[in-house]
Design a protein around this ligand. Structure first.
Ligand SMILES: [Zn+2]
Length: 415
């Protein structure tokens, strides 16, 4: 199985917006742009919502059928490890092997030495196409990188072989993720991580490094944009080099996690993709759930009442809901509107506070981030919530499609 040059991770918490999501990709297709849809859902999301990987598979199959989507599509077991991969194996054909937890663990000295010896031809001033300065690689540098990353890479090998034994060689897509860690990885570190993945025989088609800056859920990038742009370009260049150097799959590309809503870096990403004629996988998940709330609010009546109820409950359970996401949200509780104030809002006002339009004065990133992590509240409403989604499907679908196409696909891949 081969993942196309451009692919889009369209997470969908409640599994009801598949058709609206495919609608955005069909819109791109009509403009001559092929983007492969990938439905990603992590163990954490499944647990909080009470869904199973088979539900995601069903949604994906139904959505592509209903929309007449005739291109490839995948179901991503997002951020899995040896502990939870088995529940995903049957339904998924895309596996994101998360080995971030193993980065901190030191590798065995003998393994490190063997790695350094194997790759010592790269020692010196390394010239890589598209990077204007040389990358300096020393014996010591490789040793430090290997002791930090080798165990994670070997763990990825274990998970990969476990899946391969069940699904068969070549019958699934492999992504490696190292993004859920504190320290960003430099382009040189990524080069040797890729060397290690090749040594393990992992045919990775995408890799998600931890980039510089903050990738908070549902809001824009926070960090030095110039620095990000430089690093992203170098990462793209390193990936192309590693494909040749280590014999990794020719379609290997970067994957950007928590990729929704990062409007200020889409320009630099777009530029780098064009400059290197490179591919990209971008993962978005929670953004569709927020469009459901926007659609409910705009529909008015009991839709708006439900959106307000979700918010009021979220405020009263702030610590509980934010806990699992503590490292990827920044909510200033002082700036959250009170539930009493929100109760007085009309649908338009609610939608404006929530919709990610930085030019709109009513937009409130604190309100948006809290609701981003509040999907558990809607999950607890159970059938009531799903019924509301069905009742206001048209308004919601319009928002879902427009958000993906206008605010994400166009700036990342087109403009
Ligand atoms: Zn991730």
């Amino acid at each position: 199985m081969i993942l196309g040059k451009y692919s889009f991770g369209i997470g969908d918490r409640f599994g009801q917006q598949g058709r609206a999501q495919v609608g955005a990709l069909l819109q791109a297709k009509r403009q001559g742009l092929d983007i492969t849809p990938v439905w990603n859902k992590s163990h954490r999301e499944h647990t909080i919502i009470g869904t199973k990987p088979a539900d995601t598979r069903r949604e994906a199959d139904d959505a592509v059928k209903a929309c007449g989507w005739d291109g490839p599509y995948f179901v991503d077991a997002d951020h899995i490890g040896l502990k939870n991969v088995d529940e995903f194996i049957e339904s998924s054909d895309f596996f994101t092997l998360d080995v971030a937890d193993f980065i901190a663990e030191r590798a065995e000295k003998a393994d490190v030495n063997a790695f350094v010896e194997k790759h010592n031809r790269l020692i010196g001033s390394l010239e890589i196409d598209g990077i204007d300065r040389t990358l300096e690689v020393s014996d010591e540098r490789i040793t430090v990188i290997a002791s930090q990353f080798l165990l994670a890479v070997k763990q990825a090998g274990k998970i990969y072989r476990h899946i391969e034994a069940v699904k068969g060689t070549g019958d699934f897509i492999t992504e490696i993720s190292m993004d859920e860690t504190d320290q960003p990885q430099t382009p040189v570190e990524m080069l040797f991580i890729l060397a290690g993945l090749a040594d393990e025989g992992i045919p990775a088609q995408t890799i998600a490094p931890r980039f510089t800056g903050r990738f908070n859920k549902g809001v824009d990038y926070v960090g030095d944009i110039t620095q990000f742009a430089k690093e992203f370009e170098q990462d793209v260049a390193v990936v192309a080099f590693a494909v040749e150097e280590f014999g990794l799959p020719g379609n290997l590309k970067l994957s950007v996690h928590s990729g929704s809503d990062k409007f200020s870096i889409y320009g630099p990403m777009n530029k780098a993709l064009k400059k290197f004629d490179a591919g990209l996988h971008i993962k978005t998940a929670g953004t569709t759930w927020l469009e459901e709330l926007i659609g409910l609010a705009m529909a008015g009546g009991d839709g708006l009442a439900m959106a307000k109820e979700v918010y009021a409950k979220a405020v009263s359970r702030l610590d509980e809901l934010c806990g699992p996401y503590a490292t990827v949200i920044d909510i200033d509780a002082e700036r959250l509107p009170s539930p009493e104030e929100v109760e007085r809002w009309d649908g338009q006002r609610f939608a404006e506070a929530l919709r990610h339009d930085q030019l709109c004065e009513a937009y409130n990133p604190n309100f948006r981030q809290l609701l981003h992590v509040a999907y558990k509240v809607a999950a607890e409403m159970g059938q009531c919530y799903l019924d509301a989604l069905a009742k206001y499907e048209d308004t919601i679908a319009q928002n879902v499609t427009e958000n993906i196409y206008e605010r994400h696909i166009r700036p990342v891949f087109m403009e």
